[in-house]
Ligand binder design. Structure first.
Ligand SMILES: Cc1cc2nc3c(=O)[nH]c(=O)nc-3n(C[C@H](O)[C@H](O)[C@H](O)COP(=O)(O)O)c2cc1C
Length: 499
């Protein structure tokens, strides 16, 4: 019996042990079974991944993220040569997957140019989007003015590579691109392809409220040096599709181009482009004709600038961009690339541009707005140009170094400064323009008033003299008539006496 019990209990223990062995015993070279996934665990993982991807996307698509300024942009600068980095940036911006400025512009940034409103005063200068590939991506970064080009009539490759150089210690660039361009036809078809078939938009070629699209016109290398035909063709081609056309006579990399800044040729050029603009029908997009703006070099001296201002005053040009790159090499430059040929841009250009802008402001009436450009990379720089009389500003090199958040950052810094000063951008500009512009309209009035007063005084003197003379004469006549009367009375008395 006891033996029987023992064997029964052993059997029970064995069978219960067998039941307990849920997983097979692990042997050498076998894999452990995958952990069983409960639906709760799977959904937790999915949520964590989705939230992280969402947060990263929010962070990535916000142009202000430090990621762009401190990681992506420096990597791009160090990993790729300057031109390849530039091309890559344009590709990203045209892809629609680029970061954006997520914040509406502060009301203090609002500015007016030619009676048109811009939501902020910061524009992108020409040369970044030469062929108009990333117009919308650039507007999305918060620029209120995007200037494409320079575009030449015929496609041309530009100068041989390498033709762009970083000077990181100087936060500068030197370029001798020489207008590589896909040409008018190709850029025009790209601009037209942006336009939806039916628009009831904001009457802007930019297709955006508070924004302006500018096309910068260049000249083919083979065109005769003093020919203005390339610019005239540019006005006719892009006039119907742009808010502003920029006549670029200041790139140092096209032989003879800067010669167009000389008085005689400039007169002919301005005459030609303004006539071509005036002959255009109002654009079907904007219901008006484009504004015409000239872009100058910062290397002109005071008398050259005064001459230019004189020509502009006698033309129908609407505004001036001051300035392009410089051929000068300030002593402060450190990087060995400073000896490369081409136009220098970035902070070392700022004093030159500011000086040229101040001179031009003093020679041009308030009705001709100036757009400041050259070495602007902070809000303080932008305000310095506003206080010198610039209605708006443009950036290029600062954008290249600071990356996609540059525009937003400059705008935020301008707002901070304006808040401190208790002013708006327009107030700062109007104050400066009123103070510094040529008072052309008032001068003749002053002279007229002075001469009118002198004339009045002279006439009053003359009148007084005449009245005096008249008075004298009347006095004499009175005396004569009195005398006569007296004489007659005496004669009558005498006659009476004698009769
Ligand atoms: C790489 C590069 C290419 C440029 N290409 C053009 C151009 O095609 N047309 C033009 O009018 N200006 C061109 N510029 C000049 C800029 O528009 C701007 O006037 C100049 O760089 C000064 O501004 P910044 O100091 O902010 O760069 C170019 C500048 C750079 C750096």
């Amino acid at each position: 019996m006891s033996l029987y019990r023992q064997s029964v209990s052993r059997t029970i223990v064995r069978s219960s042990l067998r039941d307990l062995r849920i997983t097979p015993a692990r042997r050498l070279f076998t894999k452990s079974a995958p952990p069983t996934r409960t639906p709760i665990r799977t959904s937790v993982y999915a949520t964590v991944i989705a939230v992280s991807a969402g947060l990263f996307a929010v962070y990535y698509f916000d142009a202000r993220s430090a990621l762009h300024r401190y990681i992506f942009t420096p990597i791009l600068r160090f990993a790729l040569d300057a031109e390849t980095g530039h091309k890559f940036a344009v590709k990203v911006l045209r892809s629609g997957l680029a970061p954006k400025d997520p914040v509406l512009d502060d009301a203090r940034l609002n500015c007016q140019i030619w009676g048109q409103e811009a939501s902020n005063p910061v524009g992108l200068a020409a040369g970044f989007d030469k062929d108009g590939e990333a117009i919308d991506g650039l507007f999305e970064l918060g620029f209120s003015w995007v200037e494409i080009g320079s575009v030449t009539p015929k496609p041309q490759p530009g100068n041989p590579r390498p033709r762009v150089f970083h000077l990181p210690e100087d936060s500068s660039l030197i370029n001798r691109y020489g207008f590589p361009s896909q040409g008018h036809a190709s850029v025009l078809s790209r601009i037209r392809s942006r336009i939806p078939p039916f628009t009831s938009g904001p009457n802007r070629a930019s297709l955006r409220e508070g924004c302006l699209l500018a096309v910068n016109l260049g000249k083919n290398k083979e065109s005769p040096a003093d020919s203005i035909d390339d610019f005239v063709t540019g006005v006719r081609t892009f006039g119907p599709y742009s808010d502003v056309l920029v006549v670029n006579v200041s790139s140092p990399n096209t032989p003879g181009l800067r010669g167009l800044q000389n008085r005689d040729v400039l007169e002919r050029l301005l005459d030609g482009v303004t006539k071509a603009r005036d002959e255009l029908s109002p654009s079907v997009l904007t219901f008006r004709k484009p504004k015409l703006v000239l872009k100058f070099a910062p290397d002109l001296n005071e008398s050259e600038l005064a001459d230019i201002a004189d020509v502009i005053r006698n033309s129908s040009i609407d505004g001036v961009i001051v300035s392009n790159t410089t051929v000068q090499r300030p002593k402060s430059l450190v990087n060995p690339n400073k000896s490369e040929m081409g136009g220098l841009s970035g902070p070392p250009v700022k004093p030159l541009s500011l000086k040229a802008l101040r001179i031009l402001r003093g020679h041009l009436p308030a009705s001709i707005p100036l757009i400041g450009c050259g070495g602007i990379s902070t809000g303080a720089d932008a305000l310095e140009f506003a206080k010198a009389g610039a209605s708006m500003v443009q950036v290029y090199t600062g954008f290249g170094y600071d990356g996609v958040g540059a525009c937003r950052r400059i705008k935020d810094q301008v707002v901070d400064e304006l808040t401190r000063e208790g002013k708006t951008w327009s107030e700062v500009v109007n104050e400066a323009v009123d103070k510094l512009s040529l008072k052309e309209a008032e001068k003749p009035t002053e002279i007229d008033q002075t001469s009118a007063i002198s004339l009045l005084i002279a006439e009053a003197h003359e009148l007084k003299t005449m009245l005096d003379k008249l008075g004298d004469k009347m006095g004499e006549q009175d005396a004569i008539s009195i005398g006569k009367e007296n004489g007659l009375a005496a004669a009558a008395e005498a006659a009476a006496d004698t009769t």
